[in-house]
Design a protein around this ligand. Structure first.
Ligand SMILES: NC(=O)c1ccc[n+]([C@@H]2O[C@H](COP(=O)([O-])OP(=O)(O)OC[C@H]3O[C@@H](n4cnc5c(N)ncnc54)[C@H](O)[C@@H]3O)[C@@H](O)[C@H]2O)c1
Length: 451
C-alpha cells in the first residue's frame, strides 16, 4: 500500500560508514534527515559533499541529497532532539581492548546525549550491532534520562549492508527487521521505510532481543560458512584434493548453495571478527557459551588463512622468479624482460620481495623455512596457479565467468523525492550480488557485511 502522508523527520546519530549511508539513502527516499556526529571534521566534510571513506556511488548520492535540501549535518544534539521524530543511532561498537566484548560506551553516550534533550514523543532506533540484552538496558536508560515532558521509546532495527554495496543494500535490503515494543513504534518505522516496504521487501517484526540477535546470528552463520570451506581447503591440501572443484560440487546442492563458499583469504573488515567474538562473550555471560563455542574455531580457521595465504604467495612468487631466471637463460624462446615483469606483477602482488626485485628477473627462488608441518605444497601451488588464470563459467557457483561478484551499478533504483510515488525498481536486483566470497581466492579480501 502506498502512503501519501508526510514521512516522519529523522536524525541519524553517528555518521560513519553505516550512518552516512543511511542518512543519504533516507534523504533519497524523500525523508528530511539531519545527520549528527561528535566528530566536527567528519560533519564538515559531509556537509561539503565529501564522503570521508570509499563507497561506490555514495558521493554522488550525497551531493544530490544535499542539493535537494532534505539532508543536513550538525554536531548539535539540541537541534537533533528538536528536529527528529525518529532518531537512528548508528555509532560504532568496536571490540573492547583486552576483551572479546563489544565496547558499548559510544552507544550509551549517544543515547544519553540525545534522550536527555528530547521534549516530545519520539522514537530512538538502534542500528548499531550490539550484544543481546543491550536494547532492554538502553530502553530503561532513555526513559530515565528523558525530561518529564518527553515520551521516548526505544526500538532496534539491525543493518545488514555490505561495504562496497552499501547504497544498493540500503535501498533494496533483503529484509527489514523491526525490534519494537509497541504498535506505535512499528507503524512509525513502517512510515520511515514506506517506499522500501512498498517494493515488497519482507518485514520481520520482533521483540528487542530477537532483533538484536538476528544480526549477530546472521554474521555468525556467514563467518561459519566462510571458515567451513577454508577448513575444507586445509584438508584438501593435505589430501592432494582440489578445493575449488569440491566447492563447485557442493554449491550445486541447493541445500548448501554457493554463496560464501569459495576458499580464500577468509573474512575481515570491521564487523565479522568483532561480532562473532562479542557473540561468544555474551553467550558465555548468559550461561550458554557452549552453544556458540564453535565460533572460536571459526575464528581460528580464519586466522590460519592469513598466514597460509602469505606463505602461498611466497611459494608462488619464488617459483615464478625461478622460472623467469630459467627462461632468460634460454636465448630464443625466452620472454622479453618486460613480459616477465608484467607477468610477475599480475601474479605475485603482495610478495614482500617482488617490488624491490621487479627489475631483476633472475631472482633465485628463495629458500623457505617452515615453522610448522605443512601439507604438500605442490597441491597449493597448483591451485594458486590455476586461480591466476581466467576461469570458465562452469567453475563458478555464482554463474559468472570469473566468479567475481557483480558490483551493482550505482545508478539509483528509486526515483528521488518521490515519497508518495509508488516505489518501483528501475533496474532488476543484480544477479550474483550476494556472491559472497566469489573472486580470486588469494588476491581479493572482501567484506561480507555485511560487516
Ligand atoms: N560498516 C558497516 O558496513 C556496518 C554494517 C552493518 C552494521 N554495522 C554496525 O554499525 C555500527 C557503526 O559502524 P560503522 O562502520 O558505521 O562505524 P564508524 O566507526 O564508521 O562510525 C561511527 C561513527 O559514530 C560516531 N560517534 C561516536 N560516538 C558518538 C556519539 N556519542 N554521538 C554521535 N556520534 C558518535 C563516530 O564519530 C563515527 O563517525 C557498528 O555497530 C557496526 O557493527 C556496520
Amino acid at each position: 500500500m502506498t502512503s501519501t502522508t508526510t514521512p516522519p523527520r529523522i536524525t541519524v546519530v553517528g555518521t560513519g560508514y553505516l550512518g552516512a549511508t543511511h542518512a543519504v539513502c533516507m534523504a533519497k527516499l524523500g525523508i528530511e534527515v539531519l545527520g549528527v556526529d561528535v566528530d566536527d571534521r567528519k560533519i564538515a566534510e559531509l556537509a561539503a559533499g565529501r564522503v570521508p571513506f570509499y563507497e561506490p556511488g555514495l558521493a554522488e548520492e550525497l551531493s544530490t541529497a544535499l542539493e535537494s535540501g532534505r539532508l543536513r549535518f550538525t554536531t548539535d544534539f539540541d537541534e537533533a532532539a528538536r528536529f527528529g521524530d525518529v532518531h537512528f543511532v548508528c555509532v560504532g561498537t568496536p571490540q573492547e581492548q583486552g576483551s572479546d566484548a563489544a565496547d558499548l560506551r559510544y552507544v550509551d553516550s549517544a543515547m544519553t546525549e540525545l534522550a536527555s534533550r528530547i521534549h516530545k514523543h519520539a522514537l530512538i532506533v538502534g542500528k548499531s550491532t550490539v550484544p543481546v540484552g543491550t536494547a532492554a538496558r538502553l530502553a530503561q536508560l532513555v526513559t530515565e534520562v528523558a525530561p518529564q515532558d518527553a515520551e521516548v521509546e526505544l526500538a532496534w532495527n539491525p543493518e545488514f549492508l555490505r561495504e562496497g554495496f552499501a547504497v544498493d543494500d540500503t535501498l533494496h535490503p533483503d529484509r527489514l527487521v523491526f525490534g519494537v515494543e509497541s504498535e506505535w513504534a512499528e507503524h512509525l518505522l513502517e512510515d520511515v521505510f514506506r517506499p522500501i516496504i512498498d517494493a515488497e521487501t519482507p518485514v520481520i517484526v520482533a521483540d528487542l532481543a530477537t532483533a538484536e540477535l538476528v544480526k549477530v546470528a546472521a554474521n555468525s552463520f556467514l563467518a561459519t560458512k566462510i571458515s567451513y570451506i577454508n577448513a575444507m581447503a586445509e584438508v584438501c591440501e593435505a589430501a592432494g584434493a582440489d578445493v575449488d572443484v569440491l566447492a563447485t560440487a557442493l554449491s550445486h546442492d541447493g541445500r548448501i548453495g554457493g554463496r560464501f563458499l569459495k576458499p580464500g583469504l577468509g573474512f575481515g573488515g570491521g564487523c565479522l571478527p568483532k561480532d562473532i567474538r562479542a557473540f561468544r562473550h555474551r553467550a558465555a555471560q548468559l550461561g550458554v557459551g557452549q552453544a556458540v563455542a564453535f565460533l572460536e574455531e571459526v575464528d581460528a580457521i580464519n586466522q590460519r588463512r592469513r598466514s597460509r595465504t602469505v606463505e602461498l604467495v611466497r611459494e608462488l612468487a619464488g617459483e615464478i622468479c625461478a622460472g623467469c631466471a630459467w627462461r632468460l637463460s634460454a636465448p630464443r624462446s625466452s620472454p622479453t624482460p618486460t613480459t616477465c615483469a608484467t607477468r610477475r606483477r599480475s601474479t605475485s602482488r603482495g610478495c614482500s620481495t617482488s617490488r624491490a626485485r621487479r627489475s631483476r628477473c633472475t631472482t633465485p627462488r628463495p629458500t623457505r623455512t617452515r615453522t610448522a608441518p605443512t601439507p604438500t605444497s605442490s597441491t597449493s601451488i597448483r591451485s594458486a596457479r590455476r586461480r591466476t588464470r581466467p576461469r570458465s563459467s562452469c567453475c563458478s557457483p555464482s554463474g559468472t565467468s570469473s566468479g567475481t561478484p557483480t558490483r551493482p551499478s550505482s545508478a539509483t533504483s528509486w526515483r528521488s523525492g518521490g515519497w508518495s510515488t509508488p516505489g518501483t525498481r528501475s533496474m532488476p536486483r543484480p544477479t550474483g550480488r550476494r556472491a559472497g566470497s566469489t573472486g580470486p581466492s588469494v588476491s581479493r579480501p572482501w567484506h561480507p557485511c555485511t560487516r
